[in-house]
Design a protein around this ligand. Structure first.
Ligand code: NDP
Ligand code: KPL
Length: 315
């Protein structure tokens, strides 16, 4: 398959590198020239199980001049989705599939509004990646699940064929007929650890040592579950501690959540798409969400203190 990873940072590079290793024709697109140049010069260095390995694949700072591909995986951070996808329209041919594996809610609706419904599948992933330096990522792909599905719940041949091809290439993927529930199941995992890791600056190894953090995480997840229930979403679990446990399972102790990585890199977080989405939906359904509202306030406070919000407004 010809695959473009749109926004190949921490996770996109890990997934793109894995698919390229299996023989797919992958292009990593990332606006950061340093990352792209390093990959072009030395290859992409993937760290897994404590060892580095090199994968040679194409990299570019944008999609200009690229021919249409079979698959686009959207992996920019959520605030960048609209601009990135709008600029990449030329690589979406008549049969191109576009899937967001981003966290949070609302991505598929945005992709559909830009590209039209027939190109868009939904997806979420439990794989992980950490940017270690230009051209160098920690790869948490092996053994972690990715789930895709049609927005209307139909199990189509195109979704089944794609899941099989991705699984054969090392990205363990299955099709779900209940993709809305899949999106919320993943949202619960991010509600559990994203904001708490971001405001404390703790790696998973450190975060999971503190009972106070665990209780706050479980309270935030319980609120999100009540909101999901009010929206008629059938979640995979009714135990609010399960998403907390799932968030870190299979990832190394030095792993940092993508929200913490955003703050460390001076980038806006996805708080409005994660805990913020819980607060918005809770308000709409009349379900109180004080813990999530507090986490939103804390992350926005850090964004303001570090000047991230001001830079985003100016941009
Ligand atoms: N990291 C992880 O382990 C996981 C992440 N996710 C989700 O995956 C998504 C990506 O996360 P992550 O990989 O951590 O994020 P990163 O910030 O590491 O990667 C995104 C990259 O896209 C680049 N980018 C932004 N806009 C454009 C554009 N228009 N054209 C080209 N490149 C662009 C960014 O550049 P710049 O640096 O300049 O902003 C950045 O380098 C998020 O939605 C996240 O929630 C899901 C599961 C796990
Ligand atoms: C890796 C994982 C699943 C949990 O932290 C994640 O989605 C993130 O960090 O954003």
């Amino acid at each position: 398959m010809r695959i473009c990873i749109l926004g190949a940072g921490a996770l996109g590079s890990a997934i793109g590198g894995t698919l390229a290793e299996a023989g797919h024709e992958v292009t990593l697109v990332n606006r950061n020239r340093g990352h792209v140049d390093a990959i072009r010069e030395r290859g992409l260095v993937l760290r897994g199980d404590g060892h580095d390995r090199i994968v040679h694949l194409a990299a570019a700072t944008d999609t200009a001049g690229m021919a249409p591909v079979d698959l686009v995986l959207v992996l920019v951070k959520s605030p960048d989705t609209e601009a990135a996808v709008s600029a990449a329209r030329s690589i979406v041919g008549p049969d191109t599939l576009v899937i967001s594996l981003q966290n949070g809610v609302g991505q598929e609706e945005l992709l559909t509004s830009i590209l039209g419904r027939r190109h868009v599948l939904a997806g979420r992933t439990y794989t992980g990646g950490v940017m270690l330096g230009p051209g160098h990522v920690l790869c948490g792909v092996a053994g972690k699940e990715t789930i895709i599905g049609e927005m209307d719940g139909a199990v189509t041949p195109r979704a089944a064929a794609l899941a099989q091809a991705l699984t054969e290439a090392g990205l363990d993927t299955r099709v779900s007929a209940e993709i809305r529930a899949v999106i919320w199941d993943k949202l619960l995992v991010n509600v559990a650890t994203g904001a708490l890791a971001a405001v404390t600056g703790l790696t998973y190894g450190q975060l999971y040592q503190l009972p106070e953090i665990e209780e706050t995480a479980v309270a935030a997840v319980a609120e999100a579950m009540a909101v999901a229930q009010a929206c008629g979403i059938r979640l995979a679990t009714s135990d609010p501690r399960a998403p907390w446990r799932k968030a870190s399972s299979g990832l190394p102790p030095e792993f940092k959540t993508s929200m913490l990585q955003s703050l460390e890199n001076g980038r806006r977080t996805e708080i409005d798409f994660i805990n913020g989405a819980v607060v918005r939906e809770g308000r709409r359904m009349g379900v109180p969400t004080p813990v999530n509202a507090t986490l939103v306030a804390l992350v926005k406070g850090v964004e303001t203190r570090t000047g991230i919000s001001a830079r985003a407004v100016a941009a």
